[in-house]
Design a protein around this ligand. Structure first.
Ligand code: F0G
Length: 467
């Protein structure tokens, strides 16, 4: 740990391999944006200078992970790397059955294929979009029951990821619909990367046990959640992130994991659980769709990288640096008056699009427009989590999402403080001239998951007028 008298949180690593960033001019970016039909997902990554589209699979691996990859055992069955992976996952989660998958959504799909029937209800704090889509693909209904503070961007509530226990009990107690499982997303990504308290997981688990419903955790960012619990929940200040994580896992019946986040890997995931019979059924589906149970959808070297990464994600110096980066960015923006979701989450800062561009109507997608302005201004790419992502219902009708946010998600161990300082300058520059930023309209869109491929056009002639 750094000595307390020093305030600068330095990156707790040295850089051994570098990847050049191609600097672009504003004119080049204007051309790129037009060619991409004003959809950041359609940009070429090499035209982006600071890429905050996602923290998923975009992190830098450590020398120990790369060393692990050289140890990878590529045997089809019974490989040594699986034993290493299984022991690493069990050491944190404690669940006896560990099923490797190629990424998180494969673990979700397999679990729901074995549990969810048409008409079933699956409550959660907030389902991530792949989780929701996989439940809906089974004919089930994904129910979001997060506490009401989560919908107030300014509320300083320390655990805005908590599930509303009263509404959870109502869902569990009703008799019209089957509830085959309940879930909690930890941290709550779609709700702003907000943590879930251990007290809330404990209370939710108790309710689930009372109604005989298994509780599964979506733990893509379990280590960041453990750190935020350590910082914010009474009684946890002296506990290690590993101890806190173990306590959380012990309350549930299983988990789905995207190892592309707190597994510190570029690909991978797993499903881990206690129930023997359910595990056998999941493994049958795994063999059909992913691969043999000792490699799932992964290479032996991926299993090694994840086995190391899961513990690196729990390192206190790393977590302090990571969460402090979010706080630092957030403090500097808030001091200048920039509206953002409070308090900052674990993996990202979420700008409040509606408050930032208060002159742009919700129907003209302010958070999306803000994302385009940040790209044009400084080559920064974020992702809209708002009405483009969530505003369209399966029947094609449309209504604005409760929050219209621009997520700036940080790849792990990739950017340094000077990148963050540059980002702050870019955001403030747009903030100062925000009245010049116009909205956008959709000119072509697919039926589902439209944000990935829809084409847009700016409503005003310029997104940010020339200085
Ligand atoms: N659960 C959560 C909470 C997630 O954030 C993600 C992915 C998944 C599950 C699915 O995992 O991508 O490995 O299949 N989130 C990424 C993001 C895509 O940008 O937030 P996956």
């Amino acid at each position: 740990m750094l000595e307390q008298r020093f305030h600068t949180i330095i990156e707790p690593f040295r850089i051994k391999t570098v990847e050049p960033i191609r600097f672009t001019t504003r004119e080049e970016r204007a051309v790129a944006l037009d060619a991409a039909d004003y959809n950041p997902f359609r940009l070429r990554a090499e035209d982006v200078m600071i890429d905050l589209l996602t923290d998923s699979g975009t992190g830098a691996m450590s020398s120990w992970q790369w060393a692990g990859m050289m140890r990878g055992d590529e045997s089809y069955a019974g490989g040594r790397s699986f034993a290493t992976f299984e022991a690493a996952v069990r050491g944190i989660c404690g669940y006896p059955h560990v099923i490797p998958t190629h990424q998180g959504r494969a673990a979700e799909r397999i679990l729901f294929a074995c549990l969810v029937e048409p008409g079933d209800l699956v409550p959660s704090n907030t389902h991530f979009d792949t989780t929701r889509a996989n439940i809906e693909a089974r004919g089930g209904e994904a129910l979001d029951l997060v506490v009401s503070d989560a919908y107030d961007p300014a509320s300083p509530h320390p655990f805005k990821g908590d599930v509303d226990l009263t509404r959870l009990e109502e869902a569990l107690a009703q008799r019209e619909r089957r509830v085959p499982l309940a879930m909690l997303t930890i941290t709550n990504n779609s709700g702003g990367g907000q943590p879930v308290s251990i007290a809330n997981v404990r209370a939710a688990a108790k309710l689930c046990r009372l109604y005989g419903v298994p509780l599964f955790l979506d733990v893509a960012r379990f280590a960041e959640n453990a750190w935020l619990v350590k910082q914010r929940e009474p009684g946890y200040a002296t506990r290690s992130p590993l101890e806190i994580a173990r306590e959380m896992f012990a309350l549930a019946d299983g988990c789905t994991m995207s190892a592309k986040k707190d597994g510190m890997a570029n690909i991978g995931g797993f499903l881990a659980l206690t129930d023997d019979d359910l595990a056998s059924r999941c493994k049958e589906d795994l063999i059909l769709t992913e691969g043999f149970p000792t490699y799932g959808g992964l290479a032996g070297y991926d299993l090694e990288a994840i086995a190391v990464g899961l513990y690196e994600a729990l390192d206190e110096d790393y977590l302090r640096y990571r969460i402090r980066t979010m706080e630092y960015l957030s403090e500097r923006l808030v001091a200048a008056g920039v509206p953002l979701l409070q308090p900052p989450g674990g993996h990202a800062v979420y700008l409040d699009g509606r408050a930032f561009l208060s002159h742009v109507s919700s129907e003209q997608y302010p958070a999306w427009a803000l994302g385009l302005a940040l790209y044009l201004e400084g080559g920064v790419r974020g992702v809209e989590v708002g009405s483009v992502m969530f505003g369209r219902r399966p029947d094609g009708s449309e209504s604005p999402a409760p929050l219209d946010l621009l997520r700036l998600a940080f790849p792990r161990r990739v950017y340094t403080q000077s990148h963050v300082d540059y980002l702050i300058e870019v955001v403030l520059s747009v903030w100062e001239r925000r009245h010049l930023v116009g909205g956008v309209r959709i000119i072509e869109q697919p039926l589902a998951l439209r944000h990935f491929s829809a084409r847009f056009a700016p409503v005003a002639a310029a997104l940010v007028a020339e200085a």
